[in-house]
Design a protein around this ligand. Sequence first.
Ligand code: 2M8
Length: 441
Amino acid sequence: MLRNSSVSSSLPVAAAAAKVLEANWTGTATVPSRGLYPHQWSWDSAFIAIGLRHISALRARRELETLLAAQWGDGRVPHIVFNPGVPAGAYFPGPAFWRSSTAGATAGAPGGAETSGIVQPPVHALAAWLVHRADPVGSWRAGFLPRIYPRLLAWHRYLREERDLGGHGLAASLHPWEPGMDNSPCWDAPLARVIPAPADSFRRADLSHGAGADRPTDLDYGRYVALATAYRDRGYADTPSLKSPAHPFAVEDPGSNALFAASEHALAEIALALGADPQPHLRRAARITRALAGRLWSAADGLFLVRDLRADALVPQLSAAGLLPLAVPGLQPALAAALARTATGPHFAAGSGLIPSYDLTSPAFSPTRYWRGPAWFNVNWLLERGLRLHGYADRADALRAAAVRTAYATGFAEYADPHTGDPRGSRDFSWTAALTLDLLT
Ligand code: 2M8
């Protein structure tokens, strides 16, 4: 067990992690990585704030408030906030593609910042609550919770009212970038309906920073670009256009909705702290949790699946997103027990001790290609938390030790080969460093 028993050996790890976060800090927020992702990303910032709170609660609060300052009038929190100081072409698709301040004007995109127009999983309320608890005195002095609570309320309202395309209480994702697991095999079938943008109509920037074999394919990118272009050209309007079959990709993702439920629980804590009524949040958390169980649970597989809303069918792919409901406090004990078994069974038990992003036994599994198998540290942090929450302390301890060991050994890699623990993607990756710090503290 790392906590308490090996504090002295964890000091170099903590120092190295803090150095990564220092180097990736821009003055108002943290980039995921200096080369590959030179702007601010939504769920990255939430995970980063969770680690940053151990070094500087002030900076952690700033991280979240910088992101939420770019929130749109309709409540959406954009998945990227662009740094105007970064040269055009450093990242694709950049501000010239998304054109938020003009194309998103009707949806209330801010005039003073350029952002993307899609969203990422809502882990922000959970992060805000953890950041507050790290330094309650400083947080109250700064007026953090009173300022951030209305923004978080608007964000959750957006997901609840504008994104419940299935009509059963779950937020839908309309682009593979939204659940954060870009090229997961879960998207292969729904994405096959999308006619890709011509390869010569855009230029990828990611291949200058990472090995092509570790990244999504050109065909994936053509489809990502086509979907985002269509959404932008409809003014980023969610209803009724997304309800129509004209938008071919619409899915209910168990990972995003698990974080939605966990964040409603966090909002209940924030409401209590502010002297507001926590009950509406607890009711919403219970509704999402029921909908997860009712619409996405697969008893035969022992985990949650993605629902393809266009086909109105579950996607038979076992991905780590389907284990993430373990992080929901109100999950039924029987489902939590099944998830704990699946996470440590043949589909997910890998040599590194980390849980891979995708089913080890499937022909679509790859140990190196991005979200098609490699182990990711945010996913493992959430599962460590979930295992502990539901009473599986020994498995949580083992996962924690594997995560800290591999994060340090890989130079805080973006992701790792789940069998060997070898580094993949970029190094000095912010959420890997931040969540390692959190696991150590
Ligand atoms: C990856 O996604 C971006 C697009 O949002 C990309 O590949 O360019 C994903 O791993 C995503 O989950 C993450 O938030 C982002 C930045 O780290 O990179």
